[in-house]
Ligand binder design. Structure first.
Ligand code: FBP
Length: 308
């Protein structure tokens, strides 16, 4: 595989990483229809854990089958497929080597949701990710939660183990819990802060939700005003989040959220692209649609990231 100049430049930003990590990042960046562009579209299917099977799969009952998701990610020409251990095991042989895999190594669930101190259990490990041929491990932190400090300590250990083993690290950074209001979970100051924390814990790829123009913290409000930080449009806000991730030296992808109509999603993704996002990670909006529709939607998302 020959890598493009663009990908060489991105890899050069990861100054401390060993050849194994760089090879795995290159594998993700050189797979699928966005190969070599430096942009990524990833299919995440951990919603069965996070929200339960009916809320995740009943809309499109074929999606109860793990093979459905592997096939969708491969047929759509995506950059990677992310899922928890059990789901990856269920398609490991049939789809071996066909798409880079990201093992989500921690998960929350809606049955034991905690309002103040939401947390995640470890549900996979670096050695299992290696056994299944994964390119990366994925880990969620909830900045703001009463359990945030424990989660941040856990990711520190897992990231070290993953990097030593040559795996890339993807951090889902979703603020919630503690004093953060519901509106604050996607506030621009909070999302930029959460993305920056993910960069600081050593993530190669950072995943956050698209931010709103709400500012949650009183102290931050003053700075956004005095320093004239533009946050009025979504593309301005994306620029600000990307800047908060080491001035663009880290890959930052944005989640799709719950199912919405195609045009709203595509409009949102156009703004993400304009703001300099590295890509999208779109779960429910893809697999809750009928197969052909999902393929068409993913094709259009990929076209946007190709700059078309
Ligand atoms: P979606 O595109 O379906 O939103 O998937 C992105 C994702 O990060 C999943 O990986 C995860 O299961 C889900 O969102 C979690 O959402 P929340 O924590 O808001 O319930």
């Amino acid at each position: 595989m020959k890598i493009t100049k663009n990908i060489k430049r991105i890899l050069s930003y990861y100054e401390s990483d060993n050849p194994g990590v760089k090879a795995n990042l290159a594998r993700i960046l050189m797979s699928g229809k966005l190969s070599g562009t430096g942009k990524l579209v990833i299919l995440p299917v951990d919603q069965g854990f996070e929200h339960g099977p009916a809320r995740s799969f009943a809309k499109n009952f074929y999606a109860y089958d793990p093979h459905y998701h592997f096939k969708l990610a491969i047929d759509a020409g995506l950059s990677a497929f992310a899922a928890p251990l059990g789901l990856l095991e269920a398609g490991a042989d049939t789809f071996a080597g066909q798409i880079p895999l990201i093992m989500k190594v921690n998960s929350s669930n809606s049955l034991s949701k905690e309002k103040i101190a939401p947390s995640q259990a470890l549900t996979g490990s670096v050695s299992e990710a290696i056994r299944l041929g994964c390119s990366a491990v994925g880990f969620t932190i909830y900045p703001g939660s009463g359990m945030a400090l424990d989660m941040i300590s856990d990711i520190q250990e897992i990231a070290k183990e993953a990097k030593d083993a040559g795996l890339a690290v993807v951090v889902w950074s979703y603020p919630r819990g503690g004093d953060i209001s519901k509106e604050g979970e996607t506030a621009i100051d909070i999302v930029a802060y959460a993305a920056h924390m993910a960069a600081l814990v050593g993530a190669h790829i950072i995943k956050v939700k698209p931010p709103t123009s709400h500012i949650e913290q009183v102290e931050a409000k003053k700075v956004y005003k005095t320093e004239n930080i533009s946050i009025d449009t979504l593309d301005d806000r994306i620029k600000h989040v990307v800047k908060s991730c080491f001035n663009g030296r880290r890959l930052v992808v944005f989640s799709g959220g719950s199912s919405k109509d195609k045009e709203s999603l595509l409009n949102e993704i156009r703004k993400l692209y304009l703001g300099g996002a590295s890509g999208s990670i779109v779960g429910r909006n893809s697999f809750q649609r009928p197969y052909a529709e999902a393929l068409e939607l993913l094709k259009q998302i990929i076209e946007i990231y190709k700059g078309k």
